[in-house]
Write a protein that binds this ligand. Structure first.
Ligand SMILES: [Zn+2]
Length: 419
């Protein structure tokens, strides 16, 4: 297939990962074109260059009509599988209840756990399929998905198996993460040593089972007040590493716990949230290959007004990525363009920086930068096309969907209806 007519083709070619002043490099080709063969990019360049290739003459044509094309978004942090929204808590939060107050009343994550355990696989799958269609409709072509609303052996495995089934049944790639250490489940909370017993269940039973059956690539821990301590997180992540699961971490969201330092020590692929990071944490991230994944949708939805210090992280040289954190409690959105809008207006990232953070750096955090995250010869033809003249309009518009078409491995997975 020959794709022409891109007013701006954002290739995102260049150094990986992007740090500091290089984060703005998005490799724009004006009047750009792509040649796609068997789902892979065979050539990329200006229209004149690509059209002159012999293979282009016989190719099927797609004219983008002056729209903007870029790599499909890589959403590197989601909690895809859950049974229901928590709209009732949303109203309580607006009335002033804090996230932790709601959790203490049996709401929050434990509320989602109760509902997930009771849900059928069929219903969970139906809900996830609908969400995946929304992700595709907003330009996302690969997403990470975490377990963590099961918190017992059968329910965690139920979620992880769904990641695998969904990845096979629909076109978007799903990268699976085991988040058994989301919170301590209710049945362990009243026992003396309950949390130690639950961690032993994770390290001695669930992690070996999950790794042995290849149900996840990554292991994650929610390390914060009300969830797990740094020493507990270390136990879980080290057990994961021993079994070949690369670490990721929920760090410094509600309080500054020291989780970032742990992530760096363990060589974690990603350290996520970071609203409360210290200067020393920023320096540690800057010297490491651990990606600082920022999730401004959470702060927006919770009305917290304390966003992660993106500018300081970028200027120090940390590898910054952006993701939705799609989940029923703190960030019910599948829209990466909305996350880009928040990154620009609240985190003071430039549109180019936000796009690099949501594509190539996010791909790096999922250990997939060799396959996705940029439009270069040999990479998957995962492409998002926006109905705008200039890439800066992608974050500039908010609350409306400007995605016009999404291609996964060269095949359309979303196309806006003609109006
Ligand atoms: Zn999360």
């Amino acid at each position: 297939m020959l794709i022409t007519g891109a007013s701006q083709l954002l290739t995102l070619r260049g150094r990986v990962p992007r740090r500091g002043k290089f984060l703005v490099d998005i490799g724009i080709i004006r009047d750009g074109a792509l040649l796609v063969r068997d789902g892979v990019i065979a050539a990329v360049g200006t229209r004149l260059e690509v059209e002159s290739l012999p293979e282009s003459r016989s190719a099927e044509k797609l004219d983008l009509g002056g729209r903007v094309a870029l790599p499909g978004f890589v959403d590197s942090h989601t909690h895809l599988i859950h049974a229901a929204s928590r709209a009732e808590e949303y109203e309580l939060k607006i009335a002033g209840a804090s996230y932790e107050e709601i959790a203490r009343k049996g709401g929050g994550i434990l509320n989602s756990v109760k509902k997930l355990r009771a849900a059928t696989v069929e219903n969970l799958k139906k809900r996830a399929h609908a969400a995946l269609r929304e992700f595709a409709a907003h330009g996302t072509t690969t997403l990470e998905a975490k377990s963590g609303y099961g918190l017992d052996v059968a329910s965690e495995l139920k979620i992880l198996r769904l990641h695998k089934e969904l990845s096979a049944e629909q076109p978007l790639d799903i990268v699976s993460t085991f988040l058994g250490a989301h919170v301590v489940p209710a049945e362990f909370r009243n026992k003396p040593d309950g949390s130690a017993q639950y961690i032993a269940l994770l390290t001695d039973k669930l992690i070996p089972e999950v790794a042995g059956t290849e149900l996840a690539e990554f292991c994650d821990v929610f390390c914060d007040r009300g969830a797990f301590s740094v020493s507990e997180a270390k136990k879980v992540l080290e057990a994961g590493k021993q079994h070949g699961l690369a670490p990721r971490l929920h760090a410094e969201q509600l309080t500054r716990s020291g989780a970032t330092q742990l992530a760096v020590q363990l060589g974690a692929a990603s350290c996520d949230h970071l609203e409360q990071v210290s200067k020393a944490d920023i320096r540690a991230l800057a010297k490491s290959n651990t990606v600082a994944t920022l999730l401004p949708g959470c702060d927006f939805h919770l009305g917290l007004r304390k966003y992660a210090p993106a500018r300081e992280l970028i200027e120090a040289g940390a590898i910054v990525a952006l993701a939705t954190d799609y989940n029923p409690g703190t960030c019910p959105t599948m829209s990466m363009p909305m996350i880009l809008s928040l990154a620009c207006s609240q985190l003071r990232m430039s549109p180019a920086e936000a796009i690099a953070a949501a594509t190539i750096n996010a791909a790096y955090s999922l250990l997939r930068d060799h396959k996705i995250g940029s439009l270069e010869t040999g990479k998957q033809a995962d492409i998002a096309i926006f109905d705008v003249d200039d890439y800066r309009e992608i974050p500039y518009y908010f609350g409306v969907n400007k995605c016009w078409m999404t291609l996964k491995k060269g095949q359309p997975v979303f196309q806006k209806a003609h109006t």
